[in-house]
Design a protein around this ligand. Sequence first.
Ligand code: IMO
Ligand code: MG
Length: 422
Amino acid sequence: MNVIIVGTQWGDEGKGKIIDILSQKVDYIVRYQGGSNAGHTVVTGNKEYIFHLIPSGILHKGKICCIGNGVVVDPAVLLCEVEELSSKGINIGKRLRISSLAHVILPYHKILDKLREKKRTNKIGTTGRGIGPCYADKIIRCGIRMVDLLNPSIFRDKLKDNLREKNEIFKKVYNHPGYDFKSIYKEYLNYGRLFSKYICNTSILLNQAIKHKKDILLEGAQGTFLDIDFGTYPFVTSSSAFSGGACIGSGIPPTKINKVIGVAKAYTTRVGEGPFPTEFSSAFGKFMRNKGNEFGATTGRPRRCGWLDCVMVKEAVILNGISELAIMKMDILEGLKTIKFCSAYKYKGKVFKEFPHDLEVLEGVKPVYKEVSGWNKTIGNSKRYRNLHPNAKAYLNRLEDILCSKITMVSVGSAREETILR
Ligand code: IMO
Ligand code: MG
């Protein structure tokens, strides 16, 4: 069975936890897009691990973890992760595989990301990890791939070409001194040497695994509304975060995908700029942010918080082909008198049941809310669905109706065991 896990909102839905649970049941775990803009923390026993690039499935013995061709790799971040895992006694051995086709984030990408952001009138609020500039180079065909780091003469030529153009831009547009060829060349060739044992043709590896009836989990970073096509452009990330990106970013054909599972938080959060129709007022937003500990795992920025937006999640269900949903952080809603969810938008007297593409409309819409009663009793130790507070169940039932999808997993706390599987 080959399953895609995808976020249905603006990232930080809690994909990491669902991936961690489902990783135990598969043979291969694949990251298919994004880079070190993603981040999640896994706590097992008394050890804490922070992942940006390597699938957290690496913590489970015997699992093979692939960084797919669709990912942009910052080798310095990857090296930190490899070293941290080794120092904590995790044997990576031959279990980490990096696509030779994955593009490499270079120092100039990270600086360009920050400088461009500074110059923009409408800031995106990027993570500053060089994601956009690296994907831009990939598309305009001057990118450097992992395989290039293994070939000194190809890498030299490509790096020289890039620096020739980029240093001009740095000087003339950004008043920045630019980059010296030698130090980057040396540093990145060394990364090539260090990672050579992991770099391979991951698409063939995965297709062979499929032939041998192995199970694969494809993990998306970010979420549907940060997707470069379907998200709230330009306030998005630069890759195909939705389920379609899984094939492009792994080399697994669409005919071999069996299921797509969507992950949604029981409310909504967003990091960075851009429209957010159901955003809370600032006082309630602050209250919920602290209640849910909504601070970015990568940049530590406070996340904006709001009610669950079913217009968005429903569209995500359709776009991704989701047949099952995991609803996360239900425990954070406990103690609220009423819980709202948005079922439509209103703009200039017109009702919108679909997510508007016009940014001005999206920025101006008023959410139409439905309400359910809240619950006071802690739901953190409900191990079974039937033991959930009736009002929590009522909320989930309403969501199943409006989102046209089954809810098969409900998270009621941060621990792995605090997840109800239906
Ligand atoms: P995970 O995998 C939340 C947001 C940034 C910014 C926009 C573009 O943890 O869900 P980028 O650096 O990608 O060019 O920034 O996307 N963003 C995320 N928000 N979770 C993430 O990842 C994110 N990755 C990028 O805040 O608004
Ligand atoms: Mg995040």
